[in-house]
Design a protein around this ligand. Structure first.
Ligand code: ADP
Length: 592
């Protein structure tokens, strides 16, 4: 934008050029006119003088040139007029400014030549006698009815020139003053317009640059005042609209940032317009730096890109209805994500909004439910099939065979017990998990609980030549737990330890206090559990060696019950084991 002084300078140059040209033209004509006027006036003056001198001159003694000369000198004394009397043959009789004898013959002087023809003659030229430019007027003089000579009056042109020069000087000063006045008023007028416009223009620039702008102060001045008021109103409206938009955007950003669902908006070229943190977390990218980058470059997921393409291509037919896709995402491809893809309104659509829901847990639970149903069916089917087989065998005649009938009935009983035990375990687990199980949380002495448990299993362990030991010198610790629940935890762990430790092995129980918790340790030197299986032993129905475990009468629910009981008491359970070396189960329970 040109500066104020730039505009002013240009305007002053223009004004001065126009005025200067005008004044020069007018001045030129005025000078010519004035020069003519002055010359005319001088001639009239000379004519007046000549007319006044003409008659008395005829009365003078024409023989006495000295008298003539004196008379002429007296006649023009005190004026700038010069008088010359010239005979018809050009000889100078007398002269008011010079000696007539010294002057040359004037017959060929232009004014005299003209006067001889017309009676009056004029000329302007440099005087041969005085050597200065002069205005001459000559008239014929008659005496006794005959042409006698010429009376010539003249005046130096210097006087006229001085008057014209004075006129020009005054005109020049006037023109200069008028030009200065024009410049001044032009400057003032322009300033009145440019300064407010400049204020508004600067404020608009600031507004466009996103700066905060104050009201522009424009004194009331017709349209400009109105413009200033209009601008201030517009600025106010714009700022309130801006702050409203900012608030809305902030609110939306807070909502979007706080959403558990991921949200990404992309343009038709699949460049990211917006991505919230949840989307970054789900797809494994930093949402703050994703703006403007390509979707594939950021998320590295072809399924996602395909979903966007499908949505963009089908926008016309589906009329912006959101479409649903399911993709595998995450840096380890371990998340299942459901995406709702909706095209932004407009034709063609300016982009696509994707909303991501992490349904990994949902899918896992679905899988667990299916697996649970399959496991339960399988677990129930085995003893039921056995019972059915024994019953059929008995019905088809074995019932009368005393060598097997009792055995078969005993087997049916065993399988029924197993079924019963299985259903009991399942019910208990369901109750613990659903929180239905009512626990009576009290302070329980660990030493006492462990001793009771060892007493219950001593005989069973001895039958398998397994040493069941309590590590001596244990501190007296009390935990907050349900008596029956703690008994079940210890029983399940000791039962497993005895079950999965070969004859002659050793099972050891001990406990210590650790950061507000009691850690009860049940360790054996049995068959141990491999690393991958260690991660799964706490799952329902998981058994390392299904056939062997079933033989040992296990349900695969024991450790799941231990885990859920410990968690219900505010604790946890952990396992450390080495295949063929033994296992160590650590139950952490809060100290009483
Ligand atoms: P089960 O009723 O089969 O014992 P659990 O849930 O108690 O069911 O145990 C699950 C599986 O963990 C068992 O089938 C067994 O394979 C393994 N397991 C549990 N305790 C031990 C242990 N002390 N030593 C070796 N393996 C064990």
């Amino acid at each position: 934008m040109p500066s104020f002084w730039h505009i002013i300078l240009r305007r002053l140059l223009l004004v001065n050029f126009v005025c200067g040209s005008l004044f020069w033209l007018v001045g030129w004509y005025a000078q010519r006119w004035y020069t003519d006027e002055v010359a005319q006036a001088e001639l009239q003056r000379l004519e007046g003088v000549a007319t006044a001198l003409r008659v008395p001159l005829t009365l003078l003694d024409h023989e006495d040139s000295m008298e003539q000369m004196r008379w002429l000198e007296d006649a023009v004394r005190g004026t700038d007029i010069r008088v010359t009397l010239v005979a018809r043959d050009g000889e100078v009789y007398s002269e008011s400014e010079a000696l007539a004898d010294a002057m040359e013959n004037h017959q060929r002087r232009a004014e005299l030549v003209e006067a001889s023809r017309l009676g009056t003659g004029t000329s302007r030229r440099v005087s041969a006698t005085l050597g200065i430019p002069m205005q001459y007027l000559a008239v014929t003089v008659q005496r006794d009815g005959r042409d006698w000579g010429y009376l010539r009056v003249s005046v130096p042109l210097r006087v006229q020139e001085q008057r014209v020069a004075r006129f020009c000087r005054r005109y020049f000063i006037l023109a200069l003053s008028l030009m200065a006045l024009a410049s001044l008023s032009s400057w003032w007028g322009l300033r009145q317009t440019v300064v407010p416009l400049r204020k508004i223009s600067l404020a608009m620039h600031d507004m466009a640059a996103g700066k905060s702008v104050d009201d522009v102060d424009i004194p009331w001045r017709a349209e400009l005042g109105q413009l200033g008021l209009a601008f201030n109103r517009m600025r106010e409206k714009q700022q309130s609209r801006e702050s409203h938009t900012r608030h809305t955007v902030d609110r939306m950003s807070t909502v979007l940032a706080g959403m558990i669902e991921g949200v990404i908006a992309v343009d038709p070229n699949e460049r990211i317009l917006f991505a919230n943190r949840a989307a970054g977390r789900l797809l494994g990218f930093v949402s703050e730096t994703a703006h403007g980058k390509g979707l594939l470059e950021v998320a590295r997921n072809h399924m996602l890109r395909e979903a966007v393409r499908v949505a963009l291509n089908s926008q016309s037919q589906r009329d912006h209805e959101p479409q649903n896709f399911e993709i595998v995402a995450g840096s380890k491809r371990d998340r299942t994500v459901s995406i709702n893809v909706a095209c932004l309104p407009g034709t063609p659509s300016p982009g696509v909004v994707l909303v991501f829901h992490d349904i990994t847990e949902l899918r896992r639970l679905e899988y667990l439910r299916q697996e649970f149903v399959a496991n339960v069916s399988h677990e129930l089917k085995t003893p039921l099939s056995a019972i059915k087989a024994y019953a059929e065998t008995l019905r088809s005649g074995a019932v009368d065979d005393p060598s097997v009938n009792r055995q078969f009935l005993a087997n049916i009983e065993t399988q029924s017990d197993r079924l019963h035990e299985l259903i009991q375990d399942m019910l208990q687990l369901a109750r613990i998990e659903s929180g239905e199980q009512a626990f009576d949380i009290t302070s329980i002495d660990i030493g006492q609980a462990v001793e009771d448990c060892v007493a219950r299993y001593r005989e069973h362990a001895a039958s398998r030549s397994i040493e069941l030991a309590i590590e001596a010198d244990q501190p007296e610790l009390k935990v907050r737990a349900d008596d029956e629940g703690l008994r079940q935890i210890l029983d399940n762990l000791v039962d497993n330890a005895v079950k999965y430790t070969p004859m002659g092995g050793r099972v050891e129980l001990s406990w210590v206090a650790e950061q507000g918790f009691a850690v009860i340790r049940v360790a054996d030197n049995g068959i141990g559990i491999s690393k991958p299986d260690q991660l799964r032993v706490f799952e329902r129905f998981f058994r390392v060696d299904k056939a062997r475990s079933r033989e040992l009468g296990s349900t695969g629910l024991g450790l799941a019950i231990v885990k859920h009981l410990a968690q219900s008491f505010g604790g946890s359970v952990a396992l450390a084991s080495k295949l063929r070396e033994g296992s160590e189960f650590l139950v952490r329970l809060p100290l009483a």
